[in-house]
Design a protein around this ligand. Structure first.
Ligand SMILES: Cc1ncc(C[n+]2csc(CCOP(=O)(O)OP(=O)(O)O)c2C)c(N)n1
Length: 555
């Protein structure tokens, strides 16, 4: 690394900036367009380089790393073919408010705009997906661009940045000093705004807190639980943010999003004040903008967000507060508690509902997934990291797993299939000391399964659970509802998953009941090799049973 200005090739300057900004893990699929950056990584032992087998999955690993650590995940891809494959992770990072920086090798400057070999106008292509995208045209400006990339990726609402690197910019030398390490700025709320929020809560009868969004932290999690317990208000999590608060808290009342407990949806309707901290209020969280009505919710909305552009973007807050979540909650905790007895029945009833919702019901034939997920959660404890992609199998995971700490769930807010498997590899690389379990449907699994080779190569000893109903079950469910008796394009022919996994060098087995599933996973998480557990599931069993609503109607 250089603090002075001796001439260095662009690739070296670039990699030195990654070190300056604290990056120690980089994901890539190599390409000839950025050989000079790869060559610099060859001489940079501070950075561990993980080579993936397909850009979508490898970029998903970088996204998961960003989601788990709060620091930008870093991914290198080659021009057109690599960048187009990787674009799904940019979208997932955008919807999930995850810091991600993708560096893309680009055609040399002299060939630009000729539709040269593999050329794509990357700035135009990523404009609607990324938070910021740019092409670096001068090696002397690499420190400036990279520094801005780290700042943009982590500031306000975190998100993805795409920087394109013309091949000759990486080989040309420049004498330029390194940038200073970036700092993340967290806005603090004004005292007046926090006091007004407290007043509104104190006057409410059925307040509800909803937490979510980017930039969350263990401190935000602990303070939110302490605040909601001392004020006596119920707290719910936004879609796929279930690990933002301790699900064992007496103030925890469940999670909004797909597969929501209908009794929780009813409570959102009944609430007379919404205090939303950090969440953007996306479509799944708001029940397609009906459980929380857009643009004007039926109840007053206090919206706290670190990015002022998110306040009033979709929903009209009565009180908008621009602040980091942790900063807001810390400020709120400094105020005297309102009369918590006022909300006691409301909060106790909401907490009782979630306890009932996550209790497995009557056993089902074959593998009882509800029982298995619930027992596995007990067996592995709060340190376990659980990942998934998209599909109906996630409904069991989200409903029956009880998260006890922040940084335990990696799931795509974007609903992208193929995320869970690479995300689990990234989690295990970041935390080899913690159990990591990836849940995939058979459809989801096949969108990332080539990375089993990456898990073996880098000793990411994950347990990959494949819930196999031989179909794209979610879509079949929608077909049954909208076009009954006319299933199409949803039946799947699968490989022998056990033999497939073994061919990569994993240990693998198929299970026939919940007990076997729990044991297989509990053994596998501590093994010195990755493993796969195949879970055959009837294709008739498309969702966990839905409970009745408060008035007894079937939901
Ligand atoms: C990348 C991507 N492609 C397509 C979809 C649409 N989609 C959502 S769920 C689903 C089926 C998932 O199948 P599987 O993983 O087997 O889980 P299941 O629903 O059967 O439990 C599909 C095709 C998507 N969300 N993401």
């Amino acid at each position: 690394m250089s603090a002075i200005s001796e001439a260095r090739p662009g690739g070296r300057i670039l990699v030195d900036q990654l070190v300056v900004h604290g990056t120690d893990l980089v994901f890539c699929v190599p390409g000839e367009s950025y050989l000079a950056a790869l060559d610099a990584l060859h001489d940079t032992p501070q950075i561990r380089l993980i080579v993936g087998r397909m850009e979508a999955s490898a970029a998903n690993m970088a996204c998961a790393h960003g989601q788990l650590t709060g620091r930008p995940g870093i991914f290198f891809a080659t021009r057109g073919p690599g960048a187009t494959q990787a674009s799904v992770a940019v979208h997932t990072a955008r919807q999930g408010s995850v810091p991600l920086i993708m560096f893309v090798g680009q055609v040399p400057r002299a060939h630009r705009d000729r539709e040269a070999f593999q050329e794509v106008d990357l700035d135009a292509m990523f404009a609607p997906l990324a938070k910021w995208t740019a092409t670096i045209d001068d090696p002397a400006r690499i420190p400036e661009y990279v520094s801005r990339a780290y700042r943009v990726a982590t500031a306000g609402r975190p998100g993805p940045v795409v920087l394109s690197l013309p091949e000759d910019v990486l080989t040309e030398t420049a004498g330029v000093p390194d940038a200073a390490p970036h700092q993340v700025v967290h806005p603090t709320p004004s005292a007046g705004a926090v006091a007004r929020m407290r007043e509104m809560v104190a006057r409410a009868e059925r307040p509800l807190v909803v937490v979510g969004g980017g930039g969350w932290s263990a401190r935000a999690a602990a303070d939110t639980v302490a605040l909601c317990e001392s004020w006596g208000v119920p707290m719910a999590t936004a879609f796929r943010c279930q690990d933002y608060v301790d699900n064992g808290s007496p103030a925890y009342c469940g999670t909004l999003g797909l597969g929501i407990d209908p009794r929780l949806a009813a409570r959102v309707h009944e609430s007379d004040l919404l205090l939303v901290i950090g969440a953007r209020l996306d479509e799944p969280t708001t029940g397609s903008y009906l459980t929380i009505e857009a643009p004007r919710p039926r109840q007053p909305l206090i919206h706290v967000h670190a990015d002022p552009e998110e306040l009033g973007r979709v929903f009209e807050p009565v009180l908008g507060i621009c602040a980091g979540s942790a900063e807001f909650v810390a400020a709120a905790r400094a105020l005297p508690s309102p009369d918590s007895a006022r909300f006691a029945d409301w909060t106790a009833a909401a907490a009782a509902d979630v306890r009932a919702f996550r209790t497995p019901g009557d056993a089902v034939a074959g593998v009882d997934l509800a029982r298995a997920v619930s027992d596995l959660c007990d067996a592995l404890g709060p340190e376990a990291i659980v990942t998934n992609g998209a599909g109906n199998y996630t409904l069991w995971v989200h409903r029956f797993w009880r998260f006890g700490r922040f940084g335990a769930q990696l799931a795509p807010v974007s609903g992208a299939m193929g995320y869970g498997l690479p995300a689990a590899i990234a989690a295990k690389l970041a935390h080899p000391e913690r159990p990591v379990v990836s849940f995939s449907g058979d459809g989801c699994f096949m969108m990332g399964c080539q990375e089993l080779a990456t898990a073996v190569r880098h000793q990411a000893n994950v347990v990959f659970v494949v819930v196999d109903n031989s179909s794209y079950g979610t879509i079949r469910m929608h077909q049954q509802r909208r076009y009954p008796g006319r299933p199409v394009a949803t039946e799947l022919s699968n490989p022998d998953f056990v033999a497939f996994a073994r061919s990569f060098g994993l240990r693998a087995r198929s299970v026939t009941d919940a007990h076997e599933l729990v044991n297989a996973v509990a053994d596998g998480v501590w093994a010195d090799h990755p493993s796969l557990v195949h879970v055959p599931l009837s294709s008739e069993l498309l969702t966990p049973p839905r409970p009745a609503t408060h008035d007894g109607a079937a939901a």
